[in-house]
Ligand binder design. Structure first.
Ligand code: BYC
Length: 338
C-alpha cells in the first residue's frame, strides 16, 4: 500500500514516473502555498519547493533509520525473553519496527531519493537516527521500559504526523501509530507483571526507568528555541506540534501511569503546576544529547557496525530478489509478445 516508489528508477527496470520539476515558479509556489494554507495534502507528482522536498527526505529517512536501528536494542533480548509468550510478543514487535522502516523508506522514495542513497547516508554516519537507540538494554526490565516509554514517546510524536501535509508520509503514519500503540501497551503490561514480583524485580524496573527517563524526554528534539527546523516545518504542516509541547504532553500523560505502576520518575523538580495545568520538570542534559547525536553515545559505533554488517551479509538476498524480479519481467514480456 505504501510502495509508491514509482518515482525512482531501480535496477529491475521499473518505469519511473517523472517528478514535477521543482524550479522556482511564482504561480506554482502560490498554488502550493494556498494548498498548505487550506490544510490540503501534497502528493508525489505535485509541484513542491526544493526545500520542502529536502526537509521531508531528511525527516522521513531519519525516521526510517530510527525504526531499523531501533530493532537492535530489543532484538538482543529475543533469545533471552523470560517465557514463550514474551518471546512471541517481542518477535512480533521487532518485526513491526522493520515494517515501519519499509513503509517510511517507500514514502521517502516518492520524493525522488532512492533507498540505496538513504542507506548510504546511514551507513556512512552522515544521516541521523533517534538518539535513544544509542543506549544499551541491560536487562529484561529495559525491554518493558523501551515499550512503555520509548514507544510511548514515539506515539506522542507520531500521531500528529498522521496529519502531515505530505500524503505518503501521513498515510504511512496511520498504520505505524496503531502498531506503536500495541508496542506501548505490551511494554507497560510486562512492567506491571514485574512490579507484582520480588523486591529484586521491582528494583530492576525502577533502575531501568531511572536510566531511560531523561533520554526519552530528549527524543522529542532540542528545545523550540534551539530547533532550527521547527519554524519552517510547522509552516509547511509537516510538524503540527512543537518539540517542547510534545515533550510536555508526554510528561503529563506518563506521570499518572508511573503512579499506577508504582515507580518514581527520577526528577526531583517534577511537580504539578496548578496555574499552568501541566507538570513542571527539571533540566535535560542537552550536552549529553548532542554528544550522543554526534556519534559519541555508549552504543553508536556498535549500532552502526551491526547495521553495516547486516546490509553486506544480506547482499545475496537482494541480488536473488532482483534476479527473480528480472526473470518475472522477462516472462511477462515474452507472454505479451506471443
Ligand atoms: N535524535 O530542528 P530539530 C521509534 C536532530 S523511532 C537524533 O528539532 P526536526 C521507535 C534533527 O534531526 C523514533 N537527532 O529537527 C523505533 C536535526 O538534525 P539535522 C524516531 C535528533 O527534524 C523502534 C537537529 O537535531 N521518530 O519511535 O524539526 C522501536 C535539530 O532538531 C533528535 C521520528 O523520527 C533525536 N532525538 O525535529 C521503538 C519522528 N531530535 O537533521 C520506537 C519523525 C532532533 O539538521 N521526526 N534531532 O542534522 C520528527 O518528528 C523530527 O525529525 C524530530 C526532530 C522531532 C525528531
Amino acid at each position: 500500500m505504501y510502495t509508491q516508489s514509482f518515482n525512482v528508477q531501480d535496477t529491475a527496470g521499473a518505469k519511473p514516473v517523472a517528478l514535477a520539476p521543482s524550479k522556482e515558479d511564482p504561480a506554482l509556489q502560490a498554488a502550493f502555498d494556498a494548498r498548505i494554507d487550506a490544510d490540503g495534502r501534497i502528493e508525489p507528482q505535485d509541484w513542491m519547493p526544493d526545500a520542502y522536498r529536502k526537509t521531508l527526505v531528511r525527516q522521513i529517512s531519519q525516521h526510517a533509520h530510527s525504526e531499523i536501528v531501533g530493532m537492535l536494542p530489543e532484538g538482543n533480548w529475543i533469545s533471552r525473553a523470560p517465557s514463550l509468550k514474551r518471546k512471541a510478543i517481542l518477535i512480533a514487535k521487532v518485526q513491526d519496527e522493520g515494517g515501519h522502516g519499509l513503509y517510511l523508506y517507500s514514502a521517502a522514495e516518492t520524493l525522488g531519493t532512492s533507498r540505496d542513497q538513504m542507506l548510504e547516508g546511514l551507513h556512512s554516519g552522515r544521516a541521523k537516527y533517534s538518539s535513544i537507540f544509542n543506549y544499551p538494554t541491560l536487562n529484561w526490565a529495559d525491554v518493558g521500559v523501551v515499550g512503555w516509554l520509548v514507544d510511548g514517546a514515539a506515539i506522542m510524536n507520531q500521531v500528529p504526523l498522521c496529519r502531515c501535509s505530505y500524503g505518503p508520509y501521513a498515510r504511512a503514519m496511520v498504520r505505524v501509530c496503531k502498531e506503536e500503540s500495541f508496542h506501548q501497551r505490551q511494554g507497560y503490561e510486562a512492567l506491571l507483571v514485574m512490579m507484582t514480583g520480588t523486591a529484586e524485580q521491582k528494583a530492576m524496573v525502577q533502575d531501568a526507568v531511572n536510566r531511560f527517563w531523561w533520554k526519552c524526554l530528549a527524543m522529542f528534539g532540542p528545545p523550540d528555541a534551539d530547533s532550527p527546523h521547527s519554524g519552517q516545518a510547522m509552516r509547511w504542516g509537516i510538524k503540527r506540534i512543537s518539540n517542547d509541547d510534545l515533550r510536555q504532553k508526554f510528561i503529563d500523560a506518563t506521570v499518572p501511569q508511573a503512579k499506577v505502576l508504582g515507580v518514581t520518575l527520577p526528577d526531583p523538580d517534577l511537580k504539578w503546576n496548578e496555574e499552568r495545568q501541566h507538570y513542571d520538570y527539571g533540566q535535560i542534559d542537552w550536552d549529553e544529547f548532542w554528544s550522543t547525536v554526534n556519534g559519541n553515545g555508549p552504543c553508536n559505533k556498535e549500532r552502526l557496525a551491526t547495521r553495516v554488517k547486516a546490509y553486506s551479509e544480506g547482499e545475496w538476498v537482494r541480488d536473488a530478489a532482483m534476479a527473480h524480479a528480472r526473470k518475472q519481467q522477462e516472462r511477462s514480456t515474452m507472454k505479451e509478445a506471443a
